[in-house]
Structure formats: structure tokens, C-alpha cells
Design a protein around this ligand. Structure first.
Ligand SMILES: C[S@@+](CC[C@H](N)C(=O)[O-])C[C@H]1O[C@@H](n2cnc3c(N)ncnc32)[C@H](O)[C@@H]1O
Ligand SMILES: [Zn+2]
Length: 192
């Protein structure tokens, strides 16, 4: 992992991570590493402040945050995009130990050499997403569908979850219809 990427200046923000060579859809690219800290410890950090607009913290699960300021990998330089080409997956272990969960950045689609890597940070603001917070977390990803802010309100998040559930339901029902049709066709052929 991570041999196909490099850190350099980005048009989106500061440093970014770019593909040195082609990366295939579904490929595991790099692990988001850092020191594991509790949510309370993260809240106490001066750089954990929601008003800072900059973070190297990644919410791993209900127990832990990964603080990439300490022992972070190159993954900490990957920027956010509203049209990302990567996704950050949390991988659990069989013993369900939250301290053993790991975050792996995976390609959502084929990525060409020179392309900047990005994923959806899914930053959730506790409480109301005010205009000020939206500005603090302003997004410069440049995507056509850019929402203008990296931060999402709980309301937006719920809407997103609803949309995703609906999509999944539609996908399942399409699959079921297809399977039913397949069975019918088979039956039809048998009769002939
Ligand atoms: C994990 S760092 C990514 C590396 C960052 N570019 C840097 O040089 O420090 C996350 C921070 O980068 C900035 N950032 C990442 N994606 C951005 C985007 N789409 N628009 C504006 N700022 C972004 C924000 O300040 C965010 O908190
Ligand atoms: Zn954006």
C-alpha cells in the first residue's frame, strides 16, 4: 500500500495526495494512521476545536479518534471532496475490539496518474450548523456538486442516510424483480 501516491501542493488546500501511477477501482491505497485517543481527549485538544476549520483528527468509532498529528501517515494529507474518488472504510476485527479498528482509504473508481485523491470527510457538527461554521469549514473542492462546506448538520446527515436507504431499497427491489423475471423466463422455456 501507499507506494503509488505522493504528497504535494494542492489546488484544493495546502498539501494534498496525488496518484503517481494508475490506481484501480476497489484498490486499498493507504491506511489513515495516528495515535488513538478518546473523544474526551480529542475535545480537550486545542487543535480539536470545531472553530479551527482544520483537522488531522479522524473519528474511528464511538470510543476512539485517530490523531494523525502524532505518528500520522501520508493519508493525513488527503483532502476532502464533494465528488470524491476514494472512500475511507473502517475495518473491524472478529473480536470487535474498537482499539483494533483500522481506516483504509480505498479507490471508489479508477484513478489516473496525476489525479488528486479525495474522500468525503463527513464532518458532523454537533448542534446547529451556523453560517459562521459553514464558512469556517468552507469547501474548495471545485466539484460541480460542491455543497460549499465540508461540514454537515445532523439534519443534512439524516437526509443523506434517508437517500442512501431509499437507493438501497430500490436496488434490492430491482434485483428481486430481475430474479423473478429470470425464474419466469426459465419456466417459459421449459414449457416450450
Ligand atoms: C487532513 S487535512 C488535509 C491536508 C491539508 N490540505 C493540509 O495541508 O494540512 C484536513 C484539512 O485540510 C483542509 N481541507 C481539506 N479539504 C478541503 C477542501 N475541500 N476545501 C477546503 N479545505 C480543505 C481543511 O482545513 C481540513 O481541515
Ligand atoms: Zn466541495
Amino acid at each position: 500500500m501507499s507506494t503509488k501516491i505522493q504528497r504535494r501542493r494542492s489546488k484544493i488546500h495546502g498539501n494534498g495526495v496525488f496518484a503517481k501511477e494508475a490506481i484501480r477501482k476497489g484498490e486499498e491505497i493507504v491506511e489513515y494512521k495516528g495515535q488513538l485517543i478518546s473523544h474526551a481527549e480529542a475535545d480537550a485538544l486545542h487543535y480539536g476545536d470545531v472553530m479551527s476549520g482544520h483537522t488531522f483528527l479522524f473519528t474511528l468509532n464511538d470510543d476512539y479518534i485517530i490523531d494523525a498529528n502524532v505518528g500520522g501517515s501520508v493519508a493525513k494529507w488527503i483532502n476532502h471532496s464533494c465528488a470524491p474518488n476514494c472512500v475511507a472504510f473502517v475495518h473491524g476485527t472478529d473480536d470487535n475490539d474498537p482499539a483494533k479498528d483500522r481506516v483504509i482509504i480505498e479507490a471508489l473508481r479508477d484513478i489516473g496518474p496525476g489525479e488528486e485523491l479525495s474522500y468525503d470527510y463527513d464532518i458532523q457538527i454537533p448542534g446547529k450548523l451556523t453560517k459562521e461554521l459553514k464558512t469556517i469549514w468552507a469547501c474548495h473542492c471545485g466539484a460541480k456538486n460542491c455543497t460549499g462546506s465540508m461540514a454537515k448538520s445532523r439534519k443534512e446527515e439524516k437526509k443523506k442516510e434517508k437517500r442512501e436507504k431509499k437507493k438501497l431499497k430500490e436496488k434490492r427491489s430491482k434485483k428481486e424483480k430481475k430474479e423473478k423475471k429470470g425464474k419466469k423466463d426459465k419456466k417459459g422455456r421449459k414449457k416450450k
